[in-house]
Ligand binder design. Structure first.
Ligand code: HEC
Length: 108
C-alpha cells in the first residue's frame, strides 16, 4: 500500500468504528428505557439530550455527576418533575450513555 494511504485508511476505519459505537449506545439508551422520557432534540418528560450536552459543556465533572444522577434519580436541575432512580442500569452502561449524551447524542 502507498505510504500515505495507510494512515488515511486507518482514519476512515476508526471513524467507521465510532459511528457504530454511537449507534450501539443509542440502542442501549432505548433498551434501558431512557427514550421513554428523553429525545435527542426535543423535550419530553425530561430535557432533550442536546440541551443536557449544552448545559454541561464547560463543566468538567459533568460525566461523574450525571452518572450518579441517573443511577440515584432526582429533581431540580430542569424543573420539578423528578427522574426516577435507575439502579438496574449497570454503572458501565450508564457511563457509556452519559458520555454519548454529553457529545449531543449523535444517532450514528
Ligand atoms: C420517567 C422519566 C425518565 C426516565 C425513564 C429517564 N429520565 Fe432522565 N430525566 C427525567 C427528568 C424529569 C429529568 C429532569 C430532572 C431534574 O430536573 O433534575 C431528567 C434528567 C436527566 C439528565 C440531566 C440531569 C441533570 O441533573 O441535569 C440526564 C443526563 C438524564 N436524565 C439521562 C437519563 C438516562 C441516561 C436515562 C436512562 C437510563 C433516563 N434519563 C431515564 C426523566 C426521565
Amino acid at each position: 500500500m502507498h505510504k500515505y494511504l495507510l494512515p488515511l485508511f486507518l482514519v476512515l476505519l476508526s471513524s467507521q468504528t465510532m459511528a457504530q459505537d454511537n449507534k450501539t449506545v443509542a440502542s442501549l439508551a432505548g433498551q434501558n428505557g431512557c427514550l421513554v422520557c428523553h429525545q435527542t432534540a426535543i423535550k419530553l418528560v425530561g430535557p432533550s439530550f442536546q440541551s443536557v450536552a449544552e448545559k454541561y459543556q464547560n463543566q468538567v465533572d459533568a460525566q461523574k455527576l450525571l452518572v450518579s444522577k441517573v443511577r440515584n434519580g432526582g429533581a431540580g436541575a430542569w424543573g420539578k418533575i423528578p427522574m426516577p432512580a435507575h439502579p438496574q442500569v449497570t454503572e458501565e452502561n450508564t457511563s457509556l450513555i452519559i458520555a454519548w449524551i454529553l457529545k449531543g447524542a449523535p444517532a450514528n
